[in-house]
Design a protein around this ligand. Structure first.
Ligand code: AGP
Length: 604
């Protein structure tokens, strides 16, 4: 939700800010803006509705300022207009904000700010309040003002009478910073300045950052200086670029074999799961009576696959909860319950709050997270990092498959520790899992076929994904992918459930993507597919059956690699991702930046 960047240093700021914003654009792309100190000590703003390229077009070629802040917006309060775009400027203060100030109405009222406001945003109220309470000392003002805010925020603030300096503070909303040869950087995430530094630190909550050309000073709210804890990433700038692909999404689809290998390799010793490097002791798995998986969106659907696998393999009860619901429920969790939270970004606010709640009930909390050092990773008792590398496209692809792969590792480990599976079975299971990258690569080779068949779908208003068992849980991710980037309404159904209502929606030509890879329900699902085919559906069938030629079953058959039933999910989902991608570009859309969405959801 919203991307923010600040830079002060030796080089000209404008290009650094604009390039940084282009990298952060996946976080929000309604409007964009920058503000910067001019030679005269004045602060200037350029902002516009639209994308970073539209902002670039209105920026001053002669701008040689070396200090500025930039923002790309995902609208929360107030429509998509120029005046609602950030930065906001009130009197002495110009600032950018990611988050929501929940009590902005009261603040505007209580501090008599309404007169000065020209936008509908909570952010402008914050700017007006900083300005109103400004006493010439930025740090003191920030200390006093942030105590008045309810909600989440990451602010970068410039005070007119302190040229060349950027102040920043955050609560919940993410922010990372770095000082390097070029100068001082701050941003929502590292992709904004990875060109300049692979070393960075996570800005601790409620700490004031003061950035100058000489360095960054970090202080707590009592004014004590705190040493930043620097981290280093092992990916480079190319990982955050399209690298010749037309979109990030298709690049990330292609990266899946490598991402899975990176995630699995450090955790497999002698063909058995090993979490030594993650410092997760076997003790953690002992006495586990039940599991609750909590996440949002795609991460939650990865959890659905985890649930189906763990329950059938280990007969341990598993519940999957939507994080935004879980956090307002009375969770049925006790000390032997394991809670697994799943998140690519590690910053999704609902998942983070759900984790905080779970931590009150059990010590057995584990996060499956992609972004190193993120809030969810830090607040969970144990972390299993997925090594997908940066995922830029809003639609999650490689993050999903590595999350699912992590569940396979966990299931195996849990089974061994709880004596639910034999070592020989575990070895065989892990060796099959290790073949996943090769199988996915083979599936990706079918991209042209998928592109061709998807052409039949692009004018559809609705589509269905059906399957049974693992194929059903997986179908939920297929439906989400298609909805979010092609805007075709799609739903997943357990194939056996269709005749209890949904089949009424099947009409001539409606696309049904059916998956039939699970032997124990194969004949049942084939019967269900015949039922929709008989009612005119355009059926795309995914199965392992090489001999399937019966045109009464389907219109198109995609043959998946011949893997054991428990492992077909990795192959089927890649076909789903490709269907969604080609449906999106077939409709002339940008799959990387679907409407109304943003990558990292840090507001409730
Ligand atoms: C995936 O395609 C989505 N854009 C979305 O559902 C996402 O998975 C969800 O918001 C959770 O994000 P997280 O993994 O960063 O927590």
């Amino acid at each position: 939700m919203c991307g923010i960047i600040g830079f002060t240093g030796k080089s000209e700021a404008q290009n650094i800010l604009l390039n940084g914003l282009a990298s952060l654009e996946y976080r929000g792309y309604d409007s964009a803006g920058i503000s910067y100190f001019k030679d005269t000590g004045k602060i200037s703003i350029r902002k516009t509705v639209g994308k970073v390229k539209d902002l670039r077009a209105i920026c001053d070629d002669e701008n040689n300022s070396t200090c500025g802040i930039g923002h790309t917006r995902w609208a929360t309060h107030g429509g998509v207009t120029n005046s609602n775009a950030h930065p906001h400027k009130v009197g002495n203060v110009s600032l950018i904000h990611n988050g929501i100030i929940e009590n902005y109405h009261e603040l505007a009222e209580n501090y008599d700010l309404k007169e000065t406001l020209i936008s509908e945003t909570d952010t402008e109220v914050a700017a007006a309040l900083f300005n109103k309470l400004y006493d010439g000392n930025p740090e003191e003002t920030i200390q006093n003002v942030v105590k008045l805010f309810n909600g989440s925020f990451a602010f970068c603030i410039m005070f007119k009478d302190h040229p060349g300096i950027i102040y920043a503070i955050r609560n919940v909303s993410p922010m990372v910073a770095a000082y390097c040869e070029e100068g001082s950087f701050i941003a929502s995430d590292l992709t904004a300045f990875i060109n300049y530094s692979k070393r960075y630190f996570i800005v601790p909550e409620y700490h004031i950052i003061t950035m100058t050309t000489e360095g960054i000073i970090l202080k707590d709210l009592e004014g004590n200086t705190v040493e930043p804890e620097y981290l280093e990433v092992n990916w480079d700038v190319a990982a955050a670029q399209k690298d010749g692909y037309p979109h990030f999404m298709i690049k990330e689809i292609h990266e899946q074999p490598e991402a899975i290998t990176r995630t699995l390799s450090p955790r497999i010793k002698d063909s058995l799961p090993d979490f030594t490097e993650d410092s997760i002791p076997d003790e953690f798995f002992k006495n586990c009576s039940d599991i609750t998986i909590v996440a949002c969106g795609t991460a939650m659907y990865a959890g659905m696959v985890g649930k189906t696998l763990i329950q059938s393999m280990l007969q341990i009860p598993v519940t999957v909860s939507i994080a935004s619901e879980f956090r307002y429920e009375e969770p049925v969790i006790h000390e032997n319950s394991m809670v697994i939270v799943v998140s690519q970004s590690g910053e999704t606010i609902d998942t983070l709050e759900a984790l905080r709640l779970a931590n009150q009930y059990t010590k057995k909390t584990l996060a499956i997270v992609n972004v190193k050092g993120s809030s969810i990773a830090r607040e969970s008792n144990y972390v299993l990092y997925t090594h997908a590398g940066p995922e830029i496209a809003v639609a999650s692809t490689k993050a999903y498959t590595v999350q699912v792969a992590s569940f396979y590792l966990l299931a195996c480990k849990l089974g061994l520790v709880l004596n639910k599976i034999e070592e020989a079975y575990a070895k065989d299971f892990i060796q099959t899992l290790q073949k996943t990258p090769k199988n996915i690569a083979a599936v990706i080779e079918q991209a042209d076929t998928v592109e061709r068949l998807t052409k039949r779908m692009i004018n559809a208003q609705n589509a269905f994904f059906i399957g049974r068992g693992l194929d059903y849980t997986l179908s939920m991710e297929g439906a989400l992918k298609l909805k979010e980037i092609s805007y075709i309404h799609a739903e997943a159904y357990a194939a056996g459930e269709l005749k209890h209502g949904t089949i009424a929606l099947i009409s001539e030509g409606i696309p049904v993507i059916a998956v039939a890879t699970q032997k124990h329900v194969y004949s049942k699902v084939i019967s269900n597919i015949r039922e929709v085919k008989a009612r005119g559906a355009y059926v795309i069938l995914l199965s392992k059956d090489k001999e399937l030629t019966d045109s009464s079953i389907c219109d198109v058959h995609i043959t998946l690699p011949d893997t054991p039933d428990a492992f077909t999910v990795f192959n089927s989902v890649v076909i789903f991702q490709l269907i969604a991608y080609y449906a999106s570009i077939g409709k002339g859309l940008n799959p990387d930046q679907p409407r109304n969405l943003a990558k990292s959801v840090t507001v409730e």
